[in-house]
Design a protein around this ligand. Structure first.
Ligand code: B16
Ligand code: MG
Length: 230
Protein backbone atom coordinates (compact mmCIF):
# COMPACT_ATOMS: atom_id res chain seq x y z
CA UNK A 1 0.00 0.00 0.00
CA UNK A 2 1.42 3.42 -0.89
CA UNK A 3 1.08 6.62 1.15
CA UNK A 4 -1.66 7.68 -1.29
CA UNK A 5 -4.07 5.25 0.33
CA UNK A 6 -3.09 5.87 3.94
CA UNK A 7 -5.53 7.62 6.25
CA UNK A 8 -4.28 10.97 7.60
CA UNK A 9 -3.57 9.48 11.03
CA UNK A 10 -1.33 6.80 9.45
CA UNK A 11 0.98 9.14 7.51
CA UNK A 12 4.54 9.12 8.80
CA UNK A 13 4.94 12.16 11.02
CA UNK A 14 7.51 13.59 13.40
CA UNK A 15 7.88 15.84 16.40
CA UNK A 16 11.00 18.00 16.43
CA UNK A 17 12.06 19.49 19.75
CA UNK A 18 14.22 22.48 20.43
CA UNK A 19 16.44 21.79 23.46
CA UNK A 20 17.20 24.85 25.55
CA UNK A 21 13.94 26.26 26.93
CA UNK A 22 11.80 23.32 25.79
CA UNK A 23 13.42 20.20 27.28
CA UNK A 24 15.77 21.77 29.83
CA UNK A 25 16.53 25.29 31.01
CA UNK A 26 20.18 25.68 30.05
CA UNK A 27 19.63 29.43 29.40
CA UNK A 28 20.47 30.07 33.06
CA UNK A 29 23.90 28.46 32.62
CA UNK A 30 24.53 30.29 29.32
CA UNK A 31 23.70 33.53 31.19
CA UNK A 32 26.14 32.84 34.05
CA UNK A 33 28.96 31.86 31.67
CA UNK A 34 28.43 34.77 29.23
CA UNK A 35 28.16 37.18 32.15
CA UNK A 36 31.41 35.87 33.65
CA UNK A 37 33.06 36.53 30.28
CA UNK A 38 31.56 40.05 29.96
CA UNK A 39 32.62 40.87 33.54
CA UNK A 40 36.17 39.70 32.78
CA UNK A 41 36.18 42.17 29.87
CA UNK A 42 34.95 44.98 32.17
CA UNK A 43 31.21 45.25 31.39
CA UNK A 44 27.91 43.62 32.34
CA UNK A 45 24.53 42.85 30.77
CA UNK A 46 21.07 42.11 32.10
CA UNK A 47 18.83 39.06 32.19
CA UNK A 48 16.50 40.96 29.85
CA UNK A 49 19.31 41.27 27.29
CA UNK A 50 20.08 37.58 27.81
CA UNK A 51 16.56 36.78 26.49
CA UNK A 52 17.78 37.96 23.07
CA UNK A 53 20.38 35.17 23.04
CA UNK A 54 17.82 32.35 23.16
CA UNK A 55 18.11 30.15 20.09
CA UNK A 56 21.06 32.24 18.80
CA UNK A 57 24.30 30.40 17.91
CA UNK A 58 27.37 30.67 20.13
CA UNK A 59 29.34 33.00 17.85
CA UNK A 60 26.31 35.21 17.08
CA UNK A 61 25.64 35.42 20.85
CA UNK A 62 29.24 36.54 21.43
CA UNK A 63 28.97 39.17 18.69
CA UNK A 64 25.78 40.57 20.27
CA UNK A 65 27.31 40.65 23.77
CA UNK A 66 30.45 42.43 22.51
CA UNK A 67 28.19 44.94 20.74
CA UNK A 68 26.38 45.63 24.06
CA UNK A 69 29.77 46.15 25.73
CA UNK A 70 30.97 48.40 22.85
CA UNK A 71 33.85 46.04 22.10
CA UNK A 72 35.26 44.33 19.05
CA UNK A 73 38.05 41.81 18.55
CA UNK A 74 39.68 39.89 15.73
CA UNK A 75 38.07 36.60 14.64
CA UNK A 76 40.93 34.73 16.35
CA UNK A 77 40.41 36.46 19.70
CA UNK A 78 36.64 35.95 19.39
CA UNK A 79 37.18 32.22 18.81
CA UNK A 80 39.25 32.10 22.02
CA UNK A 81 36.60 34.02 23.97
CA UNK A 82 33.86 31.66 22.72
CA UNK A 83 36.02 28.67 23.66
CA UNK A 84 36.62 29.86 27.21
CA UNK A 85 32.93 30.73 27.68
CA UNK A 86 32.06 27.21 26.55
CA UNK A 87 34.56 25.65 29.00
CA UNK A 88 32.90 27.61 31.81
CA UNK A 89 29.39 26.63 30.53
CA UNK A 90 30.39 22.94 30.36
CA UNK A 91 31.37 22.97 34.04
CA UNK A 92 27.65 23.57 34.80
CA UNK A 93 26.37 21.17 32.13
CA UNK A 94 28.48 18.32 33.53
CA UNK A 95 26.57 18.65 36.83
CA UNK A 96 23.15 18.26 35.15
CA UNK A 97 20.94 15.21 35.71
CA UNK A 98 17.34 14.16 35.03
CA UNK A 99 16.04 16.42 37.81
CA UNK A 100 16.58 19.34 35.37
CA UNK A 101 14.17 18.05 32.73
CA UNK A 102 11.30 20.57 32.46
CA UNK A 103 7.82 19.55 33.77
CA UNK A 104 6.06 16.72 31.89
CA UNK A 105 8.63 16.61 29.06
CA UNK A 106 9.08 12.89 29.78
CA UNK A 107 5.28 12.41 29.70
CA UNK A 108 5.08 14.10 26.28
CA UNK A 109 8.07 12.13 24.92
CA UNK A 110 6.55 8.87 26.17
CA UNK A 111 3.21 9.75 24.51
CA UNK A 112 4.92 10.32 21.15
CA UNK A 113 7.30 7.36 21.54
CA UNK A 114 4.37 4.97 22.00
CA UNK A 115 2.64 6.28 18.87
CA UNK A 116 3.92 4.21 15.91
CA UNK A 117 3.11 7.01 13.41
CA UNK A 118 5.60 9.46 14.90
CA UNK A 119 9.34 9.81 14.93
CA UNK A 120 11.14 12.13 17.35
CA UNK A 121 13.88 14.57 16.36
CA UNK A 122 15.91 17.33 17.96
CA UNK A 123 16.55 20.67 16.25
CA UNK A 124 18.90 22.64 18.51
CA UNK A 125 21.34 25.47 17.81
CA UNK A 126 23.59 24.09 20.55
CA UNK A 127 26.83 22.30 19.71
CA UNK A 128 26.50 20.69 23.16
CA UNK A 129 23.04 19.23 22.46
CA UNK A 130 24.10 15.55 22.41
CA UNK A 131 26.05 15.90 25.63
CA UNK A 132 23.09 17.60 27.35
CA UNK A 133 20.59 14.91 26.24
CA UNK A 134 22.99 12.22 27.50
CA UNK A 135 23.49 14.07 30.76
CA UNK A 136 19.71 14.13 31.49
CA UNK A 137 19.14 10.60 30.15
CA UNK A 138 16.81 11.43 27.22
CA UNK A 139 18.91 10.35 24.20
CA UNK A 140 17.00 7.05 23.86
CA UNK A 141 13.81 8.83 22.71
CA UNK A 142 15.40 10.47 19.65
CA UNK A 143 15.49 9.07 16.12
CA UNK A 144 17.70 11.91 14.88
CA UNK A 145 19.54 14.75 16.61
CA UNK A 146 20.49 17.96 14.81
CA UNK A 147 22.91 20.10 16.79
CA UNK A 148 24.64 23.39 16.11
CA UNK A 149 27.65 21.72 14.52
CA UNK A 150 25.51 20.25 11.71
CA UNK A 151 24.11 23.45 10.21
CA UNK A 152 25.57 26.36 8.29
CA UNK A 153 22.68 28.72 8.98
CA UNK A 154 21.32 29.46 12.45
CA UNK A 155 17.67 30.10 13.35
CA UNK A 156 15.54 31.84 11.95
CA UNK A 157 16.87 29.88 8.95
CA UNK A 158 14.92 26.60 8.62
CA UNK A 159 18.00 24.47 7.78
CA UNK A 160 18.18 22.62 11.13
CA UNK A 161 14.51 21.63 11.18
CA UNK A 162 14.54 20.64 7.49
CA UNK A 163 17.63 18.50 8.07
CA UNK A 164 15.97 16.70 11.00
CA UNK A 165 12.84 16.03 8.87
CA UNK A 166 14.76 14.75 5.85
CA UNK A 167 16.98 12.49 7.98
CA UNK A 168 13.82 11.00 9.52
CA UNK A 169 12.28 10.74 6.02
CA UNK A 170 9.25 12.80 6.99
CA UNK A 171 7.79 15.64 4.91
CA UNK A 172 8.04 19.10 6.55
CA UNK A 173 4.24 19.53 6.54
CA UNK A 174 3.97 16.36 8.62
CA UNK A 175 6.22 17.72 11.38
CA UNK A 176 5.33 19.40 14.66
CA UNK A 177 8.04 21.67 16.11
CA UNK A 178 8.27 22.71 19.78
CA UNK A 179 10.23 25.95 20.21
CA UNK A 180 10.70 28.54 22.95
CA UNK A 181 12.58 31.26 21.02
CA UNK A 182 10.90 33.78 18.67
CA UNK A 183 13.66 33.14 16.10
CA UNK A 184 13.12 29.38 16.44
CA UNK A 185 9.39 29.80 15.81
CA UNK A 186 10.27 31.81 12.67
CA UNK A 187 12.59 28.98 11.56
CA UNK A 188 9.90 26.31 12.04
CA UNK A 189 7.31 28.41 10.16
CA UNK A 190 9.82 28.96 7.35
CA UNK A 191 10.21 25.16 7.19
CA UNK A 192 6.38 24.94 6.77
CA UNK A 193 6.01 22.89 9.94
CA UNK A 194 3.19 23.01 12.52
CA UNK A 195 4.75 25.19 15.21
CA UNK A 196 4.05 25.05 18.92
CA UNK A 197 5.53 27.93 20.92
CA UNK A 198 6.51 27.03 24.48
CA UNK A 199 6.43 30.21 26.55
CA UNK A 200 4.58 33.52 26.46
CA UNK A 201 1.92 34.42 23.87
CA UNK A 202 3.44 37.96 23.76
CA UNK A 203 6.76 36.56 22.47
CA UNK A 204 5.52 33.58 20.43
CA UNK A 205 2.16 34.74 19.03
CA UNK A 206 3.35 33.96 15.49
CA UNK A 207 3.30 30.18 16.28
CA UNK A 208 0.27 28.05 15.35
CA UNK A 209 -0.28 27.19 19.00
CA UNK A 210 1.26 28.57 22.20
CA UNK A 211 1.42 26.91 25.60
CA UNK A 212 3.21 28.10 28.73
CA UNK A 213 4.82 24.66 29.23
CA UNK A 214 3.93 20.98 28.94
CA UNK A 215 2.74 20.59 32.53
CA UNK A 216 -0.99 20.22 31.83
CA UNK A 217 -0.88 18.74 28.35
CA UNK A 218 -0.95 15.28 26.83
CA UNK A 219 0.51 14.71 23.36
CA UNK A 220 -2.95 13.60 22.07
CA UNK A 221 -4.31 17.12 22.76
CA UNK A 222 -1.51 18.77 20.77
CA UNK A 223 -2.01 16.27 17.95
CA UNK A 224 -5.71 17.23 17.74
CA UNK A 225 -4.65 20.82 16.91
CA UNK A 226 -2.11 19.58 14.36
CA UNK A 227 -4.67 17.34 12.64
CA UNK A 228 -7.14 20.23 12.54
CA UNK A 229 -9.58 18.49 14.89
CA UNK A 230 -9.74 21.51 17.25
P1 B16 B 1 26.17 26.25 22.40
P2 B16 B 1 18.52 25.79 21.50
C1 B16 B 1 20.64 27.37 21.86
O1 B16 B 1 19.97 26.15 22.14
C2 B16 B 1 20.51 28.33 23.03
O2 B16 B 1 19.14 28.72 23.17
C3 B16 B 1 21.35 29.56 22.79
O3 B16 B 1 21.24 30.45 23.89
C4 B16 B 1 22.81 29.14 22.57
O4 B16 B 1 23.62 30.26 22.32
C5 B16 B 1 22.87 28.15 21.41
O5 B16 B 1 22.04 27.03 21.69
C6 B16 B 1 24.27 27.66 21.16
O6 B16 B 1 24.68 26.87 22.26
O7 B16 B 1 27.07 27.34 22.86
O8 B16 B 1 25.96 25.15 23.43
O9 B16 B 1 26.56 25.69 21.05
O10 B16 B 1 17.51 26.67 22.17
O11 B16 B 1 18.58 25.99 19.99
O12 B16 B 1 18.37 24.33 21.89
MG1 MG C 1 15.45 27.18 22.75
Amino acid sequence: MTDLFLAKEDIRKACIFDLDGVIVDTAKYHFVAWRNLANSLGFDFTERENEKLKGVSRIDSLNLILEWGGMNFSEKVKANLAFSKNEDYLSYIKEMDESEILPNVVGILEGIYKNPNYKIGLGSASKNAKLILDQVGLTKYFDFIVDGSMVTHGKPHPEGFLLAASEMKVLPENCIVFEDAPKGVEAALAARMFTVGIGREDDLGHAHLVMADFSETAFAEIEDFFLGLV
